[in-house]
Write a new protein. Structure first.
Lengths: 455, 401
């Protein structure tokens, strides 16, 4: 064994019993997706509207762009700019090695996105504060720079997210190169579908501003314009989303079919249909638009559209969390020869997690009669707690596993048969040594006792 | 933690460039971030003082300071993304462990910052003209929360420099403590030092504002002179306060930083703080000017370098951690992508944005861009279009290979 495997580069674990650290990350990510999708879509819509306003000399349209910009500043940019780094913070504490794998390959891409983000934030201020204060030609330039920079942030993050799910080209593992990891058919499908869904979200948000307009005729005009943008965004987005699913590897499709709740696909179609019906209704009766309705649709999109979609994306890449080589429990499970990355599974199999994890207390490095439960707890924290609650709360809690069976021998048999061998399609292989499997089974079987001791 | 473990915690993916490149960018962008943070804290404090004051000048200053604070928060957050990225890249073992050990605080940072920002907007929309009783308090809440957010960042940074204590924090008495609910290490002198620096930096900012407003009509000389006097006072008094806090920071440094307070770097820090104090005299800035702010920005850059030298003293000097041994998997495309985007797209777009905002701000009525400014905008737009084109070009090249 080479020297680097004397100790593994595993971090301490943050265990969040009520929600699970993954859900904390998920909640922040979903809020960010809503804010960022709205702001990128709105940047494109604003660019289009500003162009029409300047070319046709329509000051009321310019005023709409300005007010839309103020809304974006207060809602999307505050929320988006804080929850963006918020995803980093929450990923840092929930999945440090997963984030690290992305950061260390794509740091320059992220730094490039930062340049665009900077331009975008300055752009929104200029769009708001210089409306009517600079000549039309200059205002158009500001709007187009803002719109393109905003879209460029999306182009970059989509590639990184695609890599996170599945490196674009299989040759990335052997040849490396960020381009090979970044670009695949799925990346392009994502660009198309996300751009459309962003326009849809922007049309929903734009309705909030249109609902405040006092000029009746202009309000109707804007409502209709936004309705068309929304319908096109929703329909085309759905088409491209479907295409994107066909570009995924077979294992991801299998996971989608077997691990997602049966209600997922119908629910996604239902929310899309509801949004199309909403916009179609506004086309027929634009006067029906009001603030509670528009706000309600935004919340609906967040809860019924973005949350399940993001959850599905999470599920499809299981058991990996990044680039198909870092497991959701932070263990590197595959060689990446191009980067000199080695799988940690053989070392764990040979010497055990308790011996190799740098943050295991000394007295737990060897399992004996006096420390079996505590060693089992440590193993559960390291191997399982990213995805499972170690009690009756949190995500997929142990308390609800094994059909209520608390027989340690049965649990140990399951662990050895299904997990140590890696026979669960959506779960990481858990290369426990015999004494570790025994300790983990003892811990799971004794959960009520453990909680009464440690409470 | 021994040195082998610290090295093991590094990302096995390596870095796409030499670590020194990231180190330089980390120091530069952190300095820029702190300048925005200082202006943000200082202008919020001034807006708050104005909101509670009955003095006409203070009340008048409150409005533009609130506008400044609002934009400064945005910039502080946006610029802050860059050092947050680079610190993860080269100091990942330290930053990640520290965050996990105080995970709840790392998550709370997001919520606190969000609340602070919205509280500021609440005051902006409800009480811009001096403020209603409630909106003034929302600005106070905003400032307090911004200070708490700063404290969390301070604690996370401090904890990252104590690898010898990590295990005691994570497994006190040998039992795993995975709640991430504790703040384990802080240095009040250091925290106050970086907060107090907001006074001289904002003072320098006011001197710049004085100069900018001098060119605008209608001109109100007594008010402008008052602004300059306030700026000078903030620089001098704030500089002295920073000197005291710096001494407090150095006095409370851990054993692992022994000798640093009398090192070259520490002397450089003291000298640069002294420079802040004497800037008003140096520039004879009764009528304002941009020189003091440029100098203050230079001082922050020196202090960012000193901060990095201290990190090096602890991590290399005591723990033997050599940054230069980080594995490199050079990636030419992404190196070139960033450099060209930063210089080409970013350079033109930011220069154009600043130029047009600057000129429009000085012009009464509608500003028509000069041919030079127009050309700058044209270059920015063209650079963006070229960027998008190369993105799809390389994308298609990769998938069709």
């Amino acid at each position: 064994m080479d020297n680097s495997m004397e100790i593994l580069g595993l971090y301490p674990t943050w265990y969040q019993p009520a929600l699970g650290s993954g859900w904390v990350l998920g909640i922040i990510a979903v809020v960010h997706v809503l804010a960022s999708h709205t702001s990128v879509g709105a940047a494109l819509v604003s660019t289009w509207l500003a162009t029409v306003a300047v070319r046709r000399n329509r000051p009321e349209l310019l005023e709409y762009v300005r007010r839309y910009g103020v809304f974006l500043l207060v809602f999307s940019y505050v929320l988006g700019s804080i929850t963006g780094p918020g995803i980093w913070f929450s990923a840092t504490v929930a999945s440090p090695r997963g984030l690290s794998a992305l950061i260390h390959s794509y740091v320059w891409w992220w730094a490039t996105e930062w340049v665009f983000f900077f331009i975008e934030v300055i752009g929104i201020y200029l769009l708001v504060y210089l409306a009517g204060k600079v000549d039309g030609r200059s205002y158009l330039k500001i709007a187009w720079i803002f719109g393109l920079a905003s879209w460029a942030t999306m182009l970059i993050i989509v590639g990184i997210l695609s890599f996170m799910m599945w490196p674009g080209q299989e040759r990335w593992f052997t040849e490396g190169g960020t381009l090979n990891g970044f670009f695949g058919l799925y990346t392009f499908a994502q660009i198309l579908s996300r751009t459309c869904f962003m326009l849809m979200a922007a049309a929903l948000a734009g309705g909030l501003i249109a609902a405040y307009l006092r000029d009746g005729a202009f309000r109707l005009e804007m409502t209709r314009k936004l309705a068309w943008v929304g319908i096109l965004g929703a329909v085309l987005g759905a088409v491209f989303f479907q295409w994107g699913l066909t570009t995924l590897p077979e294992s991801a499709q299998l996971l989608m079919k077997t691990r997602l709740p049966g209600s997922f696909v119908p629910a996604m179609w239902a929310i899309l249909a509801a949004i199309v019906v909403y916009f179609a209704a506004l086309l027929v009766r634009p006067g029906a638009l009001n603030v509670p309705l528009a706000a309600g649709m935004m919340v609906g999109l967040l809860i019924f559209g973005i949350w399940p979609e993001e959850r599905a994306r999470e599920s499809m890449r299981k058991p990996y969390v990044a680039g198909q080589f870092v497991y959701s429990n932070q263990i590197i499970a595959r060689d990446v020869p191009a980067l000199g990355v080695k799988s940690e599974l053989p070392a764990l199999e040979a010497r055990g997690m308790l011996a190799l994890h740098p943050f295991i207390p000394q007295h737990l490095r060897r399992i004996g009669e006096g420390n079996e439960l505590e060693a089992g707890h440590a193993l559960a924290i390291v191997y399982c707690s990213n995805c499972h609650g170690l009690g009756t709360t949190g995500t997929r809690p142990f308390g609800e596993m094994f059909a209520g069976n608390r027989d340690a021998a049965d649990i140990e048999r399951f662990i050895k048969g299904a997990l140590v061998t890696g026979n669960m399609v959506n779960m990481p292989r858990i290369p426990l040594r015999d004494d570790e499997a025994h300790a983990l089974a003892q811990f799971i079987a004794s959960l009520p006792l453990w909680h009464s001791i440690t409470r | 933690m021994d040195i082998d473990t610290l090295y093991a915690l590094r990302s096995s993916s390596g870095l796409p460039s030499h670590p020194a490149v990231f180190l330089v960018l980390l120091v530069l962008t952190w300095a820029l971030h702190m300048i925005a943070v200082h202006v943000m804290l200082g202008s919020t404090a001034l807006a708050l003082t104005g909101a509670f004051s009955s003095n006409a000048n203070w009340r008048r200053l409150a409005g533009p300071m609130l506008d400044t604070a609002k934009v400064a928060v945005s910039l502080a957050i946006v610029i802050g993304v860059a050092p947050l990225l680079f610190v993860q890249v080269i100091y990942d073992p330290f930053w990640y462990v520290s965050n996990v050990l105080s995970a709840r605080w790392a998550i709370a940072f997001i919520v606190i910052l969000l609340t602070a920002y919205w509280a500021m907007y609440h005051h902006y929309f409800v009480g811009k003209e001096g403020g209603s009783a409630t909106s003034r308090w929302s600005l106070a809440v905003s400032l307090a929360l911004l200070l708490v957010a700063g404290f969390i960042m301070h604690a996370l940074t401090s904890q990252a420099l104590r690898p010898e204590l990590w295990m005691a924090w994570y497994a006190p008495e040998g039992h795993l403590e995975t709640a991430g609910s504790g703040i384990h290490e802080f240095n009040l002198g250091r925290y106050l030092f970086f907060i107090v620096l907001a006074a001289p930096v904002t003072g320098a900012w006011l001197l710049g504002c004085r100069r900018y407003l001098d060119r605008r009509e209608p001109r109100d000389a007594p008010y402008l002179d008052w602004i300059a006097a306030l700026g000078n006072r903030l620089m001098t008094a704030g500089g002295f306060a920073a000197l005291i806090c710096y001494a407090g920071w150095m006095a409370a440094l851990p054993e692992s930083a022994a000798g640093f307070p009398v090192s070259f770097w520490s002397i450089a820090a003291n000298a640069s703080i002294l420079l802040l104090i004497v800037i008003p005299a140096l520039f004879r800035s009764a009528s304002g000017g941009y020189g003091p702010f440029v100098t203050a920005a230079g001082v922050i850059l020196v202090l960012a370098t000193v901060r990095e030298a201290l990190r090096h003293r602890i991590l290399f000097g005591t723990h033997g951690y050599e940054l230069s041994t980080y594995a490199v998997n050079l990636d030419w495309y992404s190196n070139a992508l960033f450099c060209l985007t930063f210089a080409g797209v970013g350079g033109f777009a930011i220069a154009y944005s600043v130029a047009i905002a600057w000129e429009a701000g000085k012009t009464p009525g509608i500003y028509t861009a000069s041919p030079r400014v127009n050309r700058l905008g044209g270059f920015a737009l063209a650079a963006l279009i070229v960027w998008v084109a190369q993105y799809f070009f390389f994308g298609f090249l990769v998938i069709t290979r």
